[in-house]
Write a protein that binds this ligand. Structure first.
Ligand SMILES: [Cu+2]
Length: 328
């Protein structure tokens, strides 16, 4: 709770909303502009409300004082035209303010990094480096960006309309089937910013979260280098067996693990799944236990998800979880 100190009553009201996913916790270029506009509008509206309330109270009190009825016609005309004038002035002011905010949002310089975002029920695919280049890589539900850099997101959907919204960084932008939208992000401070699909998209819409990790350029580059890099070959017996199970069961038909024959695209790329914080779009922490729980029965954890229940023995399940855990 920083810049709301000028508005103590308001600050009290909104303090419950601060945190990782809040427009009031603005840490991105666009979000900071939007927050200034929002607080400005709230302040103006609060002043207007206060003035109207004072006028009402005064009218009540004065009428009780001298109970002689009507005010003169001239005075009434003056009051009405004063009120109309003030309304026009306030609305014009707010319109100009929002015009300048919109302009500031679209003024961002050319992008220094472009990332493809594909939304599908009910997770996010982030593809770095274009789709054809040799060192392109894909991740899921976790977007890493360098702090202070202008990042352009190319937004697409492969099924229904979704909406990309990370309140701390920027406004919403829809992802529409058959169309490409763009959104520009610039994080001003390092941090982990939670986002959420903001357009109802079916059963698991509420479990379609994402995290933007804004980090220093060097950290970002180290992360990208690792993601680009080859898959970790399992050495431990359990993990080796897990890899064999992955290829033998249907897993490989839906998931890609670069450097193996698994090249499905229905589900998230799992080449470096162990480097992610959560699985299933923010539903579960990424631990061996939750990986096993997810693989054992995704339909109970996230009913309707496009990952089916694949029948497995308990040995296969354990081996698969160990294999996943080693894919760093
Ligand atoms: Cu949604």
């Amino acid at each position: 709770m920083k810049s709301t100190s000028a508005l103590p009553p308001l600050a009290l009201l909104v303090s419950g909303c601060s945190g990782a996913q809040s427009v009031l916790n603005a840490e991105g270029h666009a979000a900071i502009e939007l927050k200034a506009l929002i607080l400005g509008i709230i302040f103006v509206c609060a002043v207007v409300w206060l003035l109207v309330t004072i006028a009402l109270v005064l009218a009540l009190v004065r009428r009780r004082d001298r109970n002689d009825g009507a005010i003169s016609e001239r005075k009434a005309a003056a009051v009405v035209s004063g009120a109309v004038g003030a309304t026009v002035l306030v609305i014009t002011g707010l319109t100009i303010a929002s015009f300048y905010t919109t302009r500031a949002l679209s003024e961002a310089p050319g992008p220094e990094l472009t990332i493809d975002v594909t939304a599908q029920q009910w997770w996010w695919r982030f593809t770095y480096g274009g789709s054809n280049s040799a060192d392109a890589f894909a991740t899921a539900n976790e977007l890493h960006i360098p702090v202070g850099k202008v990042v352009r997101l190319r937004l697409r959907s492969s099924d229904v309309i979704h909406s990309f919204w990370v309140p701390s960084l920027a406004g919403k932008q829809d992802l529409i089937p058959g169309r490409e939208n763009t959104l520009t992000l610039r994080a001003e401070r390092p941090g982990v910013y939670r986002g959420q699909c903001a357009e109802f998209c079916g059963l698991q819409h509420s479990h379609m979260a994402l995290f933007v990790i804004a980090e220093a350029q060097a950290d970002y580059e180290r992360w990208a280098e690792r993601q680009r890099g080859p898959v970790a070959e399992p050495t431990e017996a359990e993990a080796v067996a897990g890899k064999a199970a992955f290829m033998a069961k249907q897993c490989a038909a839906c998931h890609t693990i670069r450097g193996t024959r698994a090249s499905g695209t229905t589900g998230p790329d799992l080449t470096h799944i162990a480097s992610r914080r959560t699985i299933a779009a923010g539903l579960l922490e990424n631990t061996r236990g939750s990986l096993a729980a997810w693989i054992a029965d995704p339909q109970t954890l996230k009913p309707g998800t496009h990952m089916p229940l694949v029948p497995l023995t308990s040995d296969e399940l354990r081996q698969l979880a160990v294999y996943m855990e080693g894919l760093e």
